[in-house]
Design a protein around this ligand. Structure first.
Ligand SMILES: [Zn+2]
Length: 316
């Protein structure tokens, strides 16, 4: 049995059920929800509760919140959202790509001590514990500060036993370097998930990641480039190759965020147009399409259950 920390306490991994493995409940920047809630969408808590209630009514049981401190994580908001809706929420610790100056000069050991505290004692002075570790690199490759965080996350894994999710830039195959560093740190690859892997259509690269023993996060839906249709083709090819149990499908969608009037992707209107289904795009749109493409109902029903559970258990 594997126990997973949710924001309301530990649960058995067998009880995670239908799980979205990479979403955001509320995303902004470090300290914003706590200091400047006026920068967030009006009534953001109502948007969050409404989005989670709709998801729950459609069968979603668990959401992994991939929001690190630099993305504006607020575990009190996560706990209230879980309490009010009954959806399990798993918080993460680690860091995304917005690094403060001190990280480059900090040791991985020092950084790891903070992440370990988030898992063993609790986040932000609460007793809410992180259930997954996260590190990030994007199109510029693994920058020095990101390598520090990645090695810190590896060391936090050795201490806590938690699985690791990696924000990665799959079109640039940045996962190759992230995996190499984690291997140097002695992390078992069956505890690692390469996220945003459906931002590429390069199956050779994706099969290489699976050959290493890792999980794949196909967690950008609907997305724009590649198109949703191309993402479905990639998903189908991986299912046909027998890897359904190592895929974590999700949306990377924020139920609420800061108001970013000058950011075209950030306005609520633009987001609504891009994906009116929110957390239910996969269930409402992708699953019927997979069925038409010939994927069996049994496999479709297992997709949001087996991959996430196996990821938390390290079962490949
Ligand atoms: Zn994300």
């Amino acid at each position: 049995m594997t126990t997973v920390n949710t924001v309301l306490g530990p649960i058995d991994s067998a009880k995670l059920g239908v799980t979205l493995a990479h979403e955001h409940i509320l995303s902004s920047n470090a300290g914003i929800p706590q200091n400047f809630p006026e920068f967030l969408e009006d009534n953001y808590m109502d948007h969050i509760v409404e989005g989670l209630n709709k998801s729950k009514a459609a069968g979603i049981q668990t959401v992994v919140d991939a929001t690190t401190v630099d993305l504006g994580r607020d575990v009190r908001v996560l706990a209230e959202a879980s309490r009010r809706t009954g959806v399990n929420i798993i918080a993460c610790t680690g860091w995304w790509t917005e690094k403060p100056r001190f990280i480059s000069g900090a040791s991985p050991e020092r950084m790891a001590s903070g992440f370990i505290k988030d898992v063993e004692k609790g986040i932000e002075g609460t007793d809410i514990k992180a259930g997954v570790l996260k590190s990030a690199s994007d199109m510029t490759g693994v920058l020095p500060a990101e390598e520090t965080v990645l090695r810190a996350v590896a060391r936090a894994h050795h201490r806590t036993g938690l699985s690791i999710m990696l924000h990665s830039y799959s079109p640039g195959q940045v996962g190759r370097r992230q995996i190499a560093i984690l291997k140097e740190e002695g992390v078992p690859m069956n505890r690692v998930k390469l996220d945003h892997s459906n931002d590429t259509t390069d199956l050779e690269y994706l099969f290489w990641i699976l050959d290493q023993g890792c999980f794949l996060g196909l967690d950008r839906y609907p997305g724009e480039v590649p198109s949703p249709t191309q993402r479905n083709k990639t998903l189908k090819a991986l299912i046909d190759a027998g890897f359904a149990g190592r895929l974590c499908i999700s949306h990377d969608w924020s139920l609420a965020r800061h108001v970013a009037i000058d950011s075209p992707i950030g306005t609520p209107e633009r987001r609504q147009k891009m994906n009116p289904h929110g957390y239910l795009y996969i269930k409402n749109v992708v699953f019927p399409q997979l069925k038409e493409m010939g994927v069996s109902q049994r496999v479709i029903d297992s997709l949001l259950v087996d991959g996430p559970r196996n990821f938390f258990e390290g079962k490949v």
